[in-house]
Design a protein around this ligand. Sequence first.
Ligand code: B12
Length: 217
Amino acid sequence: MATNAQRAELIQCVANLEEHTALKLVQQRLAHGDDPLEIVEECQAGMQQVGQRYERGEYYLAGLIMAGEIFREVTDIVYPLLEHRITQQATGKILLGTVQGDIHDMGKNILAMLLRCYGFTVIDLGVDVPAAEFVKQTQTHAPDVVGISALLTSAHATVHETVTHLRHERDQTGGKFAILIGGGQIDDQVRATTGADYYGKDAMAGVRLCQHIIAKR
Ligand code: B12
């Protein structure tokens, strides 16, 4: 079990874009049997600090790119460990994607990975997905849940457009899928404005909501 100082050190390394030290700490922590999911959460906290420094003009776009690269390397180490941890019976089908105009995908990828760990079948449409593509893929796959990710505030209008198209499709065809949104600045107010059914504050909340939606059927 990591100490608070060890947690803070990893968060600071990611925030300071110290790639080699961050990866070394991750390896050490895993070797000591620390929870891979906690390690991912700490790196996420480091990424938030990177975002704040970018907002304050202390980092430029290169800083965001570097942070993205560190996070990807961490997940490359951690994912295989998580995948072997939880295996349950298939519980439902989830269609996932990041909305058009937004190319952030690491949060969505964590959600996809955790959903698979919990036995869900995930169809990942990737990033920059137009509303019409979400609709088309619901026709092809008949999912139980459509999960929409967006990190940019400027993409909230596209979230709204995507949800509106999906709701229309659901009304027209009697489709049963629920619409779940999450990522960045999305909160329950954005959920209400866009007309989505559910909002998940993080990937684990997303998994719990998918379980809840399917259990209700
Ligand atoms: C890395 C990064 C990038 C990388 C992305 C690489 C990649 N492959 O994703 C790159 C360099 C490409 C990038 C580009 C840009 N970025 Co950027 N980026 C970030 C940064 C630092 C980290 C994001 C991240 O991956 N976090 C880690 C993951 C795990 O966290 P997460 O995405 O939030 O996901 C968690 C939850 O939100 C949730 N979740 C996510 N999706 C979903 C979906 C569902 C259904 C559910 C239930 C839950 C859920 O679960 C996840 C795990 O718990 C953030 C800072 C921040 N505070 O987030 C800025 C940030 C998001 N970026 C920002 C900006 C401005 C940009 C650019 C416009 C910069 C520019 N001038 O070009 C471009 C936009 C490009 C585009 N069109 O999308 C701003 C957005 C501000 C705003 N409010 O709109 C931020 C907040 C930085 C800041 N503070 O200014 N970025």
